[in-house]
Design a protein around this ligand. Sequence first.
Ligand SMILES: Cc1cc2nc3c(=O)[nH]c(=O)nc-3n(C[C@H](O)[C@H](O)[C@H](O)COP(=O)(O)OP(=O)(O)OC[C@H]3O[C@@H](n4cnc5c(N)ncnc54)[C@H](O)[C@@H]3O)c2cc1C
Length: 465
Amino acid sequence: MPKILIVGGGYAGFYTAWKLEKHLRRGEAEVVMVDPLPYMTYLPFLPEVAAGSIEPRHTVVSHRRHLKRTQLITAKVTGIDHANKTATITPEGGAPYELAYDHVVVTAGSVSRTFPIPGIAENAVGLKSVEEAIYVRDTLISNFEKAAALPQGDPLRQRLLTTIVVGGGFAGIETFAELRSLVSSLLKDYPGVTFDETQFHLIEAMGRIMPEVSLPTSEWVLKSLAERGANVHLDTQVTSAVDGIVETSTGESYPAGLIVWTAGVMANPQVTRGGDLPLEPRGRITTQADLRVIDADKNIVEGAWAAGDVAAVPDKTGGLPDGTCVPNAQHAVRQAKRLAKNLVAVIRGEEPVDYFHKNLGAVAGLGLYNGVFQSGKTAIKGFFAWVAHRGYHGLAMPTWERKWRVIWGWVHNFFLGRDNVQLAAAQQPRAFFEAFASRPKPPIEQPVEPVAAPAEAVAAPAEVK
Ligand SMILES: Cc1cc2nc3c(=O)[nH]c(=O)nc-3n(C[C@H](O)[C@H](O)[C@H](O)COP(=O)(O)OP(=O)(O)OC[C@H]3O[C@@H](n4cnc5c(N)ncnc54)[C@H](O)[C@@H]3O)c2cc1C
């Protein structure tokens, strides 16, 4: 029985395994999926998790609950030796070992792409995982609580109320707008803090935001953000974030309570680098349109497949400038579905089919009751776009069990309001216990007995005659 190894159980990996379970006959192939996390994360919901509109656990899909015929290994893949068809599996705290396979499907996604700017690695946080989204929300609310306890005019108070987001792509703008919406909703609980004290800055190196929507639509978003007291700095770069003070190429300086980095992604280097699967200049695994990996001479690398953010998949619609699909969930899900069908076809000796997907458009939530939708030349802005955003993502969330939890959470929030409590102390869960924990008394020191001098050191008594 051939063994299929799926590396990464996010969007593309989870859907590949799910669909393989559906298409494979019993005994036709064995499927193993390796991921350091036991769940798939619905990343488009992270801005709403950070803003407290969705419960963090509702935005992830448990592998074990929904993949019943896939063998799951909670570990990292730290190397792929495709020449020998083995992958190195590194479990947390355990020794690495080799796993043999017949087909490898690489779906290890992407990581935040940063630049060597002083202070960013130490002081900023990304928004690529649910854990980061939880941190962002808890930090923002706890900053508010700390600031409210300080006198007005205190520089620390101003700093705690300043939030910076770097990167004006889709994820950055959604995050920025959702956080602005959260902070505006916090003001009613903190009567001592004024709207003007809450500072929001988005730094974008390009001359516009959200390249996925038309220029007029992106300008409408800028206007909407400005009306809500959020500053967007275009054609501006972050030059330093040392000690959490953000300095920009335009000479401004903002001591910040929270810095969120959303300035792009790059293919997951942990899985791609050091392996022998062919990569293009941007570090993505090269595939042909049927999702089989190809080398620089366009020869098929037998038994190797890739999809999602980690792969450079040709865009057969011809609509994209560099000829490959952009890294987004729309493509990851559809590529995974096609990949599962193609893999089963190859195992059965049939011909795989090329991946083809015409962009459906883009829909973004910009905080409660505000959003933007663009498909071709059609744009919807404001409340109806926000309804479209929730409708689309509510239904796109995989599994009915998860859709139900997310949609009911929204209904609860509608009637009960946003739950603005922070659990930042959960980041050091043992601190309280440890502060008061009894410890064994140190052993009582015994008085030191004078040590008898060694016999040879004692002067021999004078001989008595
Ligand atoms: C905040 C945010 C908002 C977004 N909003 C949208 C949107 O509205 N619409 C849209 O189309 N797209 C959106 N995207 C992009 C979309 O989520 C990604 O393109 C999509 O998740 C890519 O799927 P993937 O399977 O390639 O990667 P992922 O979903 O990131 O999955 C990668 C998996 O690989 C695992 N992994 C990592 N390292 C290893 C390793 N060493 N070994 C094994 N497994 C490993 C990870 O744990 C993860 O489970 C958004 C992204 C973000 C961050």
